[in-house]
Design a protein around this ligand. Structure first.
Ligand code: ADP
Length: 322
C-alpha cells in the first residue's frame, strides 16, 4: 500500500530521514517511534507530500506519489495531528464535513456521514454536532479531529502524536477507540508517537527510528523479546520490560482449564500485568478465571504467570463500512 525505498531528506547539512526503506501493507497499524528529532514526523509527512523528499522513492497504491496531485493524495489519506487544527468558528458537524464538502458530496450524504462518525467516536450527535470547538474538552476535540480525518473514508490514516496533549485517562480511552476503529475498518494506519506504551498497545508493527534511520522494524513482541541492539533495549525501558511483556498477554493465554481456586475471580480477557496486581492485592498464588458472562473457565497460577512468554497479540479483524 505504501512503500518507501532508500528515502532521504536533509535540512541544511542535517539528515532528517536517511536512507529509509519501509513497506506498509493494507490494513496494518504501523507505529513510528523514536526519540525527539529522530525523523518520525518527517517520515509521515513524506507520505502525504507535506514534505518533499530529496532522494529515493515513495509509492502509494502502486504508483509514485509524485504522480498524484498533492490534494488528491491528501484526500485519499486522512491526517490527524496533536494540535487538532479544528476551525474555531465552525460547528463540529461542519468541521467533520470539510473534505466531503470539498469533494462535492450532497448535503444529505454529508449529514449522514457526520452522524455515523460522531457515533463511531462515541460522541452523541444530538449533543455535539452543533457545538463549537471551544465548547469541547481536549479529548472531545481530539475525537472530532479523528472523525474529520476519517470523513471521506480515506484509504490511509496518518496520525502525528494524535493523543499527545491529553491526560492519561482520556488518552487510554482514545487509544481504545482507535483500536476499535482499526479492527472494524481494516484501514491502513500510520501513527507517530514517542510513548512506548502507546506503541506497544496499538501497533501491529513498530518501526523504531534514530537519527532518521531505521533501527528495528517488527511486532511489539519481537522488539521486546529480540531487541536489535542496546539502543532498542534502552529505549523500551530496560527496567519495565518484564511488565511490558506481561501487558501483551491475557489471563486466557495462561490459565489451566478446569482447575479450581479460591479468591476473587479474574476475567479471561484481563491482561497479565493487571492479573499480577490482583495476585498481590489478594495475597494468593492461584486465582479462579471466568469469562465475560461469569462462567468458570479454570485457574491461573502465579508461577505460570511469572514464567509467561506471552503470545503475539491477536491480529486486528478486518471489515468494511467505517
Ligand atoms: P521527530 O518527529 O522524530 O521529532 P522530525 O521529523 O520532526 O523528528 O525532525 C527530524 C529532524 O529534522 C530534526 O532534527 C528536526 O530539527 C529537523 N527538521 C524537521 N523539520 C524541519 C524543517 N522544516 N526545517 C529544518 N529542520 C527540520
Amino acid at each position: 500500500m505504501i512503500e518507501l525505498q532508500h528515502v532521504s531528506k536533509t535540512y541544511g547539512d542535517r539528515h532528517a530521514v536517511a536512507d529509509l526503506s519501509l513497506r506498509i501493507g493494507p490494513g496494518e497499524l504501523v507505529v513510528l517511534i523514536g526519540p525527539s528529532g529522530s525523523g518520525k514526523s518527517t517520515t509521515l509527512r513524506l507520505i502525504n507530500r507535506l514534505v518533499e523528499f530529496d532522494t529515493g522513492s515513495v509509492r502509494f497504491a502502486g504508483q509514485d506519489i509524485r504522480a498524484f496531485a498533492p490534494e488528491v493524495l491528501r484526500r485519499r489519506m486522512g491526517y490527524a495531528i496533536q494540535s487538532v487544527g479544528l476551525f474555531p468558528h465552525w460547528t463540529v458537524a461542519k468541521n467533520i464535513g470539510t473534505v466531503p464538502r470539498l469533494l462535492g458530496w450532497p448535503a444529505a450524504r454529508i449529514a449522514a456521514r457526520v452522524q455515523a462518525l460522531l457515533e463511531l467516536l462515541q460522541l452523541d450527535p444530538g449533543q455535539f454536532a452543533r457545538r463549537y470547538p471551544h465548547e469541547l474538552s481536549g479529548g472531545q476535540q481530539q475525537r472530532v479531529g479523528v472523525a474529520r480525518a476519517l470523513a471521506a473514508d480515506p484509504e490511509v490514516l496518518l496520525m502525528d502524536e494524535p493523543f499527545g496533549a491529553l491526560d492519561p485517562v482520556t488518552r487510554v480511552a482514545l487509544q481504545q477507540a482507535l483500536k476499535r476503529i482499526h479492527a472494524l475498518s481494516g484501514k491502513t494506519i500510520v501513527l507517530v508517537t514517542h510513548d512506548i506504551d502507546e506503541a506497544l498497545y496499538l501497533g501491529s508493527r513498530i518501526v523504531l527510528l534514530r537519527d532518521g534511520r531505521l533501527v528495528q522494524d517488527g511486532s511489539p513482541l519481537a522488539l521486546l523479546t529480540r531487541p536489535a541492539d542496546d539502543f532498542v533495549t534502552d529505549f523500551l525501558g530496560r527496567s519495565e520490560l518484564g511488565l511490558k511483556r506481561l501487558a501483551l498477554g491475557t489471563v486466557a493465554d495462561r490459565l489451566r482449564a478446569g482447575d479450581q481456586a479460591d479468591g476473587e475471580p479474574l476475567r479471561g480477557d484481563t491482561n497479565l500485568r493487571e492479573a499480577l496486581s490482583a495476585f498481590f492485592v489478594q495475597g494468593r498464588e492461584c486465582l479462579p478465571v471466568v469469562d465475560a458472562r461469569g462462567q468458570h473457565l479454570g485457574a491461573l497460577h502465579l508461577t505460570d504467570l511469572l514464567a509467561a512468554r506471552p503470545a503475539d497479540p491477536p491480529a486486528a479483524a478486518t471489515g468494511e463500512g467505517v
